[in-house]
Design a protein around this ligand. Sequence first.
Ligand code: CAA
Length: 257
Amino acid sequence: MTYETILVEQHDAVTLVRLNRPQALNALNSQVLADLIAAFAAYDADSTQRCLVLTGSEKAFAAGADIKEMQAMGFAGAFGDNFFAGWERVTATRKPWIAAVAGFALGGGCEVAMMADFILAADTAKFGQPEIKLGVAPGMGGSQRLTRAIGKAKAMEMCLTGRMMGAEEAERSGLVARIVPAAELMDEALKTAAAIAAMPPLAAIANKEMVNTAFETGLATGILFERRLFDGLFATEDKIEGMTAFVEKRAGNWVGR
Ligand code: CAA
C-alpha cells in the first residue's frame, strides 16, 4: 500500500504510522484522513500486527485540521459533506493503538491524539484546542474527549482561551499516560507497543472495549458488560494457556482464539 501523507513501517508485531507533512506541521487534510483510514484498516485486518503507534515529528504531532483546506469551505461543505465524520472510521479500530506526541498537538492534532487508547507524551508536547481563535470550535471530538479526560474546568478554560497545556500539566490532569524525555519517545512508544503486542490478542481487545465502555454507559451496565466479557474470555484457548503457563511458571504462547 502506498500513502501520500504518512509513512508506515512494521516493527515485528507493531505498526508504526508517522504523519508526514512537515511543511504544514502535519496539518490534517482530507488526504491525511484517507491515508489514516486505509492504514488503520490494514492494521486491524492484519493478524500479525497487534499494536499500532501513531506519531508525528519532533516539532509537531499535528498542528490541527488543515486551515487552508477549510478556509473557503461554507456550511454546505461542512454539514452537507459531513466533513470530519470519516474520523469515526479511525476510532472504530478494534485493536490497541497509542499516540506518541512530541511538539504541537493542537486542534485536530490534540483530538486525534485523544482518539488513541492512550497518549505517551514527550516533555516537549503542547496540547491545545485553539479553534476559537479561528471563529470555530473543536470538530473532531475535542469538546467531548478533552472534557472527559481532564474535567470541565480545565477543558472549558482550554477551549475558551485557546491556550496550550504543556506535558507536565497534561500528565497531572490525566490527559496523557506518561511523559518521557523527547529523545526517548520513539523507543519508549515502540517498547510499550511491543509489550501490548505480546499480550493475548483477544484479551487486549476485550480490555480495550471494557475501558471504553466506561465512557459510554452507567456504572451498573458497565460492570455487567465487563463481567459478561470476562466470562466470555473463559471460552478462549488463550485463557487456558495463560492460566496453565502461570501455574507451570513459563511464558504463555498465544493463539488468538
Ligand atoms: N493548517 C494548515 N497549515 C498549517 C497549520 C494548520 N493547522 N498549522 C501550521 N501550518 C503551516 C503554516 O501555515 C506554515 O506554512 P507556510 O510556511 O506555508 O506559511 C507552516 O505550517 C509552519 O507553521 P508556522 O510558520 O506557523 O510555524 P510556527 O512555529 O511559527 O508556529 C504553530 C507553530 C503555533 C503551531 C502555528 O503554526 C499555529 O498556530 N498553527 C495553527 C494551530 C491551529 O489553529 N490549529 C487548529 C486548526 S482548526 C482545527 O483543528 C479544527 C478541528 O477541530 C478539527
